[in-house]
Design a protein around this ligand. Structure first.
Ligand SMILES: Nc1ncnc2c1ncn2[C@@H]1O[C@H](COP(=O)(O)OP(=O)(O)OC[C@H]2O[C@@H]([n+]3cccc(C(=O)O)c3)[C@H](O)[C@@H]2O)[C@@H](O)[C@H]1O
Ligand SMILES: Nc1ncnc2c1ncn2[C@@H]1O[C@H](COP(=O)(O)OP(=O)(O)OP(=O)(O)O)[C@@H](O)[C@H]1O
Ligand SMILES: NC(=O)CC[C@H](N)C(=O)O
Length: 546
């Protein structure tokens, strides 16, 4: 039997486009001799569809896509993830299901049992878990049809779940497993995903054909990396990261390990780079925008955003605005200009000193007798935000936010100033990782001027200002932030690891008191296992560690 895995980039709610794409892949798979073509979890509607699932019309449109796909299942079977209404009044209204379409009709539907409800997932909000488990008979094979998380309770070890749907399916003695997934990208997730699927294969002594989404839906990125595994856990093939593609596998060849391609390379910076480029490209493409602007300061954060945007959208679609104040150093302007020239992006220089002075004149009588401080510094960031948004309005492009994860964590950014923008490009990249990413970008020749990478970070909002005046050194800060944000460790745990007590307490306090800023920030392209945004839900009004 020949099984085609189609890791496709669908678009949430874009039923016509998703159907057209799946019909096209089905026709191509059939022409290439495939007996089955497999599409990812919820491929009809896109993942995650979120509260669109509460609209009857949305559900009807998904049902219509299944009917159209069933008609195309002629001479080839189609496996596809979609939603199913729960006919019973009790429980949730919908199931998250894998459909098996053959001979022009819906032959089998297997609902998902384990509904991830953590981090970015919220499936129990919408779906009823499966209560029955069957298998599919097709040609001479018995197939276990599995939806994503149902393979993640290997050995019943996941304390979240009391049941293992895989065990239930095994009672029917399948010959192979097909898993349709929506497994989001994080730079360390693919290795974990492979390990989990290998454990399944070994446990049940069965081969697995696993297909994942690719592309981005708002902040959630999908890397693809679809898998074919031998019953002994050998990775026969892993499909490419961040590329829509289809490959066809012969079950006998898989069984005899005739063609073992193995895993894709997993370099952290390559993955983060390609993930962010995909995220920007899909955010703009799926919304119908073409052009971006950003404030280019001569610092490393905006330099990175400019490079990533130019690679995603083309340099001709990225406009860099240099907005020096009286505190900007000459080298900042020169570095920013050199970078824009290296990239081939349009750039404009608009000094903001006059605007700043005008604000100060207006405020002077009202601020009389008060020392100068943050209010005056923040005026510069806000003057820049206002000008950048004027460009965005006038030319119909999207302003890119340039905050990194370290400064977002501790609130080191000005609300309605440098925190403005429609999409946060590096908001899930710690400052220390920003340096790594910049070096990665320069690995084959200087794109980002070396001075941008080597000079000490500075907001340049007052004379001789450096980030290190207000913040702990970034290597220490980031290490503590990682333990708190990604690993959810307590202050005692982190201090116990050998970190300085004062540093830990100060850092965690800053993270918590700045939750209000993150509520007002643009969506952040998620590249780690714990990003700010929909996957980290914290109260603002709280008294914990602050
Ligand atoms: N819980 C809460 N809910 C809602 N609002 C709350 C609040 N707590 C304070 N606020 C409000 O927030 C305001 C303070 O926030 P905000 O106006 O942003 O100002 P603030 O956080 O005080 O200052 C901005 C910080 O970011 C640094 N910065 C700025 C710009 C660029 C860079 C750089 O790295 O280049 C760094 C700057 O040096 C300073 O440390 C207060 O005036 C208060 O009204
Ligand atoms: N002189 C400037 N011209 C244009 N934009 C600026 C200028 N100064 C700041 N900005 C905008 O405000 C953002 C925040 O400034 P910030 O200093 O934190 O970042 P950066 O300059 O890119 O990097 P670094 O923190 O390493 O200096 C910048 O990324 C940039 O978008
Ligand atoms: N859609 C899902 O069920 C995905 C959850 C799963 N743990 C994964 O990340 O692959």
């Amino acid at each position: 039997m020949n099984i085609a895995l189609a890791q496709i980039n669908v678009h949430v709610g874009n039923f016509d486009a998703n159907l057209a794409k799946m019909l096209d892949y089905t026709a191509r798979a059939k022409a290439q001799g495939a007996d089955i073509v497999v599409f990812p979890e919820l491929a009809t509607v896109g993942y995650p569809p979120r509260d669109f699932l509460e609209f009857d019309d949305f559900v009807e449109k998904a049902e219509a896509v299944i009917q159209e796909l069933a008609k195309a299942a002629d001479g080839i079977a189609i496996v596809v993830g979609s939603i199913t209404r729960n006919p019973v009044v009790e429980g949730k209204d919908l199931y998250n299901s894998a459909y098996f379409l053959a001979n022009g009709r819906v032959q089998n539907i297997q609902h998902k049992t384990l509904l991830p409800t953590y981090d970015i997932f919220d499936e129990y909000r919408y779906f009823e878990p499966a209560h029955e488990w069957g298998v599919v008979r097709y040609m001479d094979k018995t197939i276990a049809l599995v939806v994503c998380e149902d393979s993640w309770n290997v050995g019943n070890e996941n304390p979240l779940y009391k049941i293992n749907p895989m065990d239930m399916m095994m009672e029917h003695k399948p010959d192979l497993i097909i898993n349709v997934s929506a497994s989001p990208f994080a730079y360390d997730h693919a290795a974990n995903r492979i390990e989990v699927m290998q454990t399944n294969c070994k446990l049940y002594n069965l081969p697995m054909y696993y297909v994942n989404h690719v592309g981005a839906q708002t902040e959630v990125l999908f890397d693809g990396g679809s898998l074919v595994l031998h019953a002994d856990g050998t990775v026969i093939d892993e499909m490419p990261y961040f590329k829509e593609s289809m490959r066809i596998y012969n079950t006998e060849e898989v069984k005899s390990k005739d063609n073992v391609s193995g895993e894709e390379p997993k370099d952290k910076m390559t993955l983060i780079h390609d993930g962010i480029v995909t995220g920007i490209k899909n955010y703009f493409g799926k919304l119908g925008f073409k052009r971006a602007i950003l404030g280019l300061s001569g610092g490393i954060d905006s330099a990175l955003v400019a490079v990533l945007a130019a690679r995603a959208l083309g340099p001709e679609n990225v406009r860099c605005i240099l907005l020096p104040s009286q505190y900007s150093s000459d080298h900042s302007v020169n570095d920013a200009r050199e970078l824009a020239q290296n990239l081939g992006c349009q750039y404009d220089i608009i000094p903001i000193e006059g605007i700043y002075d005008a604000y100060m004149d207006v405020l002077k009588p009202h601020f009389w007798g008060k020392d100068e401080g943050l209010a005056e510094e923040n005026l510069q960031a806000r003057a820049r935000g206002m000008l950048l948004m004027a460009f965005s309005n006038k030319f119909g492009n999207i302003l890119l936010n340039t905050s990194n994860k370290s400064e977002m964590a501790v609130g080191y950014g000005t609300l309605y100033g440098d925190m403005c923008g429609g999409l946060s490009v590096i908001g899930d990249v710690y400052k220390t990782e920003c340096f790594e990413l910049a070096r990665y970008i320069n690995k084959d020749g200087e794109v980002i001027p070396d001075n941008i990478i080597t000079k000490p970070p500075s907001a340049e909002l007052k004379p001789d200002q450096f980030d290190s005046d207000s913040l702990p050194p970034y290597d220490q800060l980031d290490a503590v932030l990682y333990q708190y944000i990604e690993c959810t460790k307590s202050p005692q745990d982190i201090i116990g690891m050998g970190f300085d007590e004062a540093l830990v307490k100060r850092t965690l306090r800053l993270v918590n008191i700045n939750e209000f800023k993150r509520y007002q920030t643009a969506p952040v392209l998620r590249v780690s296992s714990k990003s700010f945004g929909m996957g980290r839900r914290m109260p603002i009004v709280a008294k914990y560690l602050n």
